[in-house]
Write a protein that binds this ligand. Structure first.
Ligand code: GTP
Ligand code: MG
Length: 135
């Protein structure tokens, strides 16, 4: 079964909407197979977002994602990567459709509540980074 890495970013934890996000994942029919509340170190954050290393917002993104505890999850189901990206909505929360997580709960592009792997290839890499012991 397909798996994806989902993060409830520090802004989502700070705003007490962990339950809200998890509830949407469960309602959709996706299964949570690993879950952990943790604060990322800069090295892990940089590896996670390495595709954005040359972007002007990279430093700010690393600071944000390491700035407080986040929830890391492995989510499993039919086309889980695409299914979660659809639940999350567009990267820019102003563009994200109402009814999506970002569309309903966020206004700023950096503080957009959740991360979801963008391909099965990324999911593999990210799940190994966050949950190296997961079978
Ligand atoms: P992730 O699931 O978090 O990877 O989001 P995404 O795949 O929808 O977007 P992308 O990978 O392009 O960007 C990664 C993250 O960087 C976004 O989710 C935002 O938190 C942040 N980000 C993206 N674009 C910008 C930007 O223009 N400015 C700032 N400050 N942050 C950005
Ligand atoms: Mg991305």
């Amino acid at each position: 079964m397909e798996r994806t890495l989902v993060l409830i970013k520090p802004d989502g934890v700070r705003r007490n909407i962990i339950g809200e996000v998890i509830s949407r994942i469960e309602r959709k029919g996706l299964k949570i197979v690993a879950l952990d509340l943790r604060t990322l170190d800069a090295e892990t954050a940089k590896t996670h977002y390495e595709e954005h290393a040359a972007r002007p917002f990279f430093e700010s993104l690393v600071e944000f994602i390491t700035g407080g505890p986040l929830v890391a999850m492995v989510v499993e189901g039919e086309r889980a990567v695409e299914a979660f990206r659809a639940l999350a909505g567009a990267t820019d929360p102003v563009q994200a459709a109402p009814g999506t997580i970002r569309g309903d709960f966020a206004l700023e592009v950096q503080q957009n509540i959740v991360h979801g792997s963008d391909s099965t290839y990324s999911a593999d890499r990210e799940i190994k980074l966050f949950f190296p012991d997961l079978a």
